[in-house]
Design a binder for this molecule. Structure first.
Ligand code: CA
Length: 221
């Protein structure tokens, strides 16, 4: 899952970065509204965390311009000051999906992100289950046919991407985007290596390669 964080408070941004990367999210950070607009026009994100008081272009303007674009349905969680009720209302009216009041509680932020991602995938159930694999976003635990399987945060994110669209080919581009964002993949975490590891840990026939396109999780016969 690729998250864009738009926040000019460096200390807060750093805290959120560490917390979300620890959960295996790919986090890209920009510190002003103009950069945010540029990033949103050029790249694809699964979620945006948007501060409202920003240099160069304020968060509400960024949100309104996002929502007016053809592909402007990315979930947005706004970060606002405690006393700014009017800002929160304006943010929600401008198309934000949820808000969090500063100072941000990182555990609450993580829970709200999980809930938002779940809602926008049209699922009320937090757990993903398909083809014998069960994945719990709250605990990041994976099991295969009832037996717990240990996976790394990147393996988890890859599996999450595939299980969220069961039986559908997920393109390499989409997976790379979700896993690496603006970072490069290292030699130990290329898509091929991660897929190889997941096949070994789960079931060799579970993930099918569609040459030149991507991968999908198949229902076992
Ligand atoms: Ca700010």
């Amino acid at each position: 899952m690729r998250v864009l964080l738009v926040e000019d408070d460096r200390a807060l941004a750093q805290g959120i970065r560490v917390a979300l990367r620890g959960e295996g999210y790919t986090l890209d950070w920009v510190a002003d509204g103009a950069e945010a607009e540029h990033a949103l026009q050029c790249e694809r994100f699964d979620l945006v965390l948007l501060d409202l008081g920003l240099p160069r272009r304020d968060g509400l303007a960024v949100l309104r311009s996002m929502r007016s674009q053809a592909q402007g349905n990315v979930p947005v969680l706004i970060l606002t000051a405690r006393d700014a009720v009017a800002d929160r209302v304006a943010g929600l009216d401008a198309g934000a999906d949820d808000y969090l009041v500063k100072p941000v509680d990182l555990d609450e932020l993580k829970a709200r992100i999980r809930a938002l991602l779940r809602r926008c995938q049209g699922r009320a159930q937090p757990r993903l289950e398909y083809a014998g694999v069960s994945l719990d976003p709250a605990t990041q635990q994976v099991s295969y046919q009832g037996t717990p399987v240990t996976v790394t945060p990147m393996e988890y994110q890859l599996l999450h991407q595939l299980l969220a669209r069961p039986g559908v080919v997920v393109t390499r581009e989409r997976l790379s985007n979700a896993l690496y964002g603006w970072q490069e993949s290292g030699p130990g975490n290329t898509l091929e290596v991660l897929i190889h590891n997941l096949r070994k840990k789960l079931h060799s026939g579970l993930i099918r390669t569609v040459r030149g396109v991507g991968y999908l999780v198949e229902q076992q016969p």
